[in-house]
Design a protein around this ligand. Sequence first.
Ligand SMILES: Cc1ncc(C[n+]2csc(CCOP(=O)(O)OP(=O)(O)O)c2C)c(N)n1
Length: 648
Amino acid sequence: MLEKINNAEDLKNLNLNEKNILAKEIREYILEVISKNGGHLASNLGIVELTLAIHNVFDLNKDKVIWDVGHQSYVHKILTGRKEELKTIRTLDGIAGFPKTSESETDCFNTGHSSTSISAAMGMAKARDLKNEDHSVIAVIGDGALTGGMALEALNHVGSSRTRMIVILNDNEMSISKNIGGINKLLTRLRAKKRYTISNKKGRKIIEKIPLVGNSIVKGVTKLKKSIKQLILPRMYFEEIGFKYLGPVDGHNIEDLEYLLSRAKELDEPVLIHVLTKKGKGYEPAEQNPDRFHGTGPFNIKTGESTKKRSKDYSKAFGEKLIELAEKNDKIVAITAAMRDGTGLKNFSEKFPERFFDVGIAEQHALTFAAGLAKEGMIPFVPIYSSFYQRAYDQVIHDICIQKLPVIMCVDRAGCVGNDGETHQGLYDMAFFKLVPNITIMAPKDFEELAQMMDFAIDLKAPVVIRYPRGGEADIKFEKHEGIELGQEESGQVKLVQNELRQIELGKAEILREGEDVTIIGIGKMTATAMNVANKLEKDGIHAEVINARFLKPIDEKAIKESISKTKFVITIEDGTKIGGLGSSVKELIVNNNIEDVQIKCFAYPDEFIRHGSVPELEKVYGLDCESIYNFLKKLLKDNKKDDTIQT
Ligand SMILES: Cc1ncc(C[n+]2csc(CCOP(=O)(O)OP(=O)(O)O)c2C)c(N)n1
């Protein structure tokens, strides 16, 4: 079947049996591709029949479908001319793992972050009405995404405005982990209701004919029905806020789905269709462990086991240290916005269930909730991915920093994250946090320093950010320097500093090696790149001084000033943006201190959204890998370091 299908037009002539065969083949194809490329497997396996039904009932050349989060759009991509390209999904120059308007007109809105679909759909529906056009607008949203504040704000608006649009609630009882909270409880009661099926459609037709009996009786019956419904049917929640509720319907029964979607299409009001699906459907390991297969790296289809060996990563290092701290200090609590496993909090949640809070996909609430806890003397650690911290910016400013509350904001997946692409790159946090008063910003160069920074953050008793990348440490091991005296030469010109200086002190950088030809300042994981570059330069007789910035704010003016005054040439390397990051702080420092005759070159991401690809590939594309930086410096320093042509 799949061979014959290239776009939705090809579906139109299939009978039910053929559609079911196609669903099976689509699953096999997705499984095959994701087992090689990695990606969002379980959500896509769960949404095959629903996507087929949507494409059968609606015409996506004119009707608009917005996929919330967008991680479940692979089936849609297959049905919209991208079947072959799916093999390139999430790879450099391949198609994206999320909907992209630039990829296809049938991707009518870009997504990636959760809970935006209903707002965007309402905007499109209102525009349609204002332009006197006539097409359907549909938001497809999961029960996890429905816990996000934006989705609830949008439901509130859509319901009261009576806008004609459809919300399809894809309810698989899972966010990444098990879905939680009051909305989930409401859905649990709805799930228990009798399902919509083609067979009880006949029953519905009879009920729909009741009005023929006569007006007054109808009114009486309707009123009675309504009050009974109020008592027993929780669907009234959606109806009370202004939606026609249809469902629940079996999300793997194409016939029933098509029936309900066609009905919804005719209605001139907001409709919510409640669809029940199974995450990971059709692949046993994913059905058993939908959270493990939510987002996965490459794996062996037969066993479900990862084909890449997973070594310790920053999230795990964070989780382990937090447990150690919490054992000694009962004020420590941890908050996650639906990312318990991804942020390394699984063991913490099991060890300290009463001090662990999963608030759902609710980053804004998570931060103000943390502020409340901190105000009353608790010590909240809030690990959230960098790109999702964007959601909670006002809470950081308004609720935490103005009041100087000691919330420890742990920015996981900071920097380039790779294959998830532009919506998920954690490149902006240094720039946007830096301009907030009362905040301290740190980034560790390795696991050990992360642990030290967590200790330091508790002692600081003020708002603090610790940013760390996706994955593990770089392959360079920073020497321990035990027993080495300050200034003692170890090899050639390299001078190492003594161990005591390695303690974290507010606003103090760490000089990793001394040299006089160039100052290389790295921050966080890019400190390793700085060291690698310096080691290579050393072989060419170029002596670089390497500074691990440690603090972006307050930056170590003294150490940097001293070094720059000596070398007269500084480069900065960071996993962030050129605008507003470490490089721009160093430039300000040079200007503010009137340091003359200094050249500076900043290695960071340019002023554009960074696409998907593996991290090493993207670092190469943007000249941030060791080789590119080394080549740049070697060429310059070999001849004459005072070259005025350097462009920052
Ligand atoms: C603002 C934001 N926070 C967190 C995430 C990470 N995230 C991606 S999918 C997901 C769970 C979504 O669950 P649901 O909507 O039920 O979809 P399912 O995968 O179960 O089909 C989460 C938390 C995100 N994309 N955006």
